[in-house]
Design a binder for this molecule. Structure first.
Ligand SMILES: CC(C)(COP(=O)(O)OP(=O)(O)OC[C@H]1O[C@@H](n2cnc3c(N)ncnc32)[C@H](O)[C@@H]1OP(=O)(O)O)[C@@H](O)C(=O)NCCC(=O)NCCS
Length: 194
């Protein structure tokens, strides 16, 4: 399949990916009512220490307005099956030509940490990325000290690629681990856990 054909398939599949169901979580479109909660998580020092700030240089409302126009980013709110908003997951820097994207996840509601919700939401988002959007690889950056996140990513098949020096400008608290998951490895992992 050439790149153009892949791109067309991805665009056609877009509305179908507005809602993606996992076992514990449901990924859905972000709505305006979510913004105060997203902003509160972004202002939380414990979350900032784990992943930096998302809206530091922009206003969350401006960001929301630009979402529908932005073809290089797809973001989902993460709900429990009961409909409670607990986090967000994003495919950023979508590069349709080479089929790559950067993954970012935040389970903002700390009551839900370490109960399988992050793994479930990531599995749903990665299924959408590889099977729904036809992407070839997903990469991410994580502070080397964030051992829970690294464990979660490795469970799903991500591999360590490189360690990047902390950025002084971003005031990174630690070195950054670059991880990558290819489509082939994703499918291999899925077959193993079936
Ligand atoms: C990282 C995150 C997505 C993980 O989701 P989660 O729902 O908390 O994690 P899960 O329960 O699905 O899986 C966690 C795994 O790490 C393990 N774990 C928990 N705490 C750990 C720790 N301190 N060190 C190492 N492993 C740990 C768990 O045992 C589990 O592995 P297992 O299934 O083999 O037992 C979520 O905690 C989160 O969003 N945290 C805040 C923001 C953040 O760190 N985002 C990532 C930035 S790159």
């Amino acid at each position: 399949m050439d790149n153009d054909t892949k791109g067309k398939r991805s665009r056609k599949a877009d509305p179908e990916l507005d809602r993606v169901a996992g076992h514990l979580t449901i990924l859905r479109r972000v709505v305006a009512a979510d913004l105060p909660v997203l902003q509160a998580w972004d202002d939380d020092p414990e979350i900032i220490a784990l992943m930096g700030r998302k809206y530091a240089e922009t206003d969350v409302t401006d960001w929301f307005r630009s979402l529908n126009r932005d073809r290089t980013c797809r973001i989902w709110a993460i709900d429990t099956q009961e409909g409670q908003l607990i986090g967000e997951v994003e495919l950023a820097h979508l590069n349709w030509r080479n089929g790559s994207t950067e993954l970012r996840i935040c389970i903002g509601d700390k009551n839900y940490w370490s109960h399988g919700y992050g793994t479930d939401a990531l599995r749903a988002a990665l299924g959408a990325a590889f099977d729904g959007m036809g992407l070839e690889s997903v990469y991410l950056r994580v502070f080397i000290t964030n051992t829970r996140a690294i464990r979660t990513y490795e469970k799903l098949g991500f591999r360590r690629q490189a360690i990047l020096e902390p950025s002084a400008r971003r005031q990174d608290p630690a070195a950054v681990l670059l991880m990558n998951l290819t489509r082939q490895r994703w499918h291999m992992k899925q077959a193993q856990s079936a």
